[in-house]
Design a protein around this ligand. Structure first.
Ligand code: ZN
Length: 211
């Protein structure tokens, strides 16, 4: 077989492979939070037709835990994160804009498929994904923007659950409503978890509704 035929065959096979993906399969690797063990346990890998997705696997904006729906976002400062394809590009632009304005980005994480919310099943395991499970949430500079409980309004008695202390008056990596990172992400529809209603304040967290 001559080289040009071989090349044509390879392109044909590649075209077939691309046409088949991403529409009809869903694969992902997740873990499940065990309330009895107090930790996340690995779950068997998921690989099934997209038509077999269950309601808890379809999140806001049509995003899913399926790896076929996730995109890697590479930032100019060398960090990467994974987000649902529907928000990946606007969030990338927002983060780059904040970086240009001098905001510091030390860590950032998006997609994280863990069943960590919702009702608890008979085995003591959670049954719903958080916004991170669909790739529609990101955590920014977590060691400077903790998740706090008992915190209807901010006060020093709020209880730190995860991440580092939030010290917006002293620490330039701690976020606040006027911070370029918060403003740039809000402009692309991502609300900040530091100003949500309720008992918790999640100062590292952004999602379409802040939760
Ligand atoms: Zn988060």
């Amino acid at each position: 077989m001559c080289a040009s035929h071989l090349e044509a065959d390879i392109w044909f096979l590649l075209a077939v492979a691309l046409a088949a993906e991403p529409s009809d399969r869903c694969t992902y690797h997740h873990s499940v939070w065990s309330t009895e063990e107090g930790r996340a346990l690995p779950a068997p890998p998921t690989d099934k037709p997209r038509s077999a997705l269950e309601p808890h696997e379809v999140g806001p904006l049509g995003c899913t835990p399926c790896e076929q729906d996730q995109r890697e976002v590479a930032l100019s400062n060398g960090l990467t994160l994974t987000l649902c394809r529907r928000i990946a590009e606007p969030v990338r632009r927002a983060l780059e804009g904040a970086l240009r304005e001098g905001a510091q980005l030390e860590t950032v994480q998006g997609y994280r498929p863990v069943l960590s919310r919702g009702p608890i099943d008979e085995a003591g395991r959670r049954t719903a994904f958080s916004r991170h499970g669909y790739g529609i949430a990101l955590d920014v500079n977590r060691e400077h923007n903790g998740l706090y409980d008992d915190c209807v309004a901010w006060s020093p008695s709020c209880r730190l659950l995860q991440g580092g202390r939030w010290q917006p008056d002293e620490d330039p990596l701690s976020l606040h409503t006027e911070h370029p990172m918060v403003q740039a992400l809000r402009e692309v529809g991502m609300q900040w978890g530091g100003s949500i209603a309720g008992k918790q304040k999640d100062f590292m967290h952004f999602s379409p509704d802040g939760y």
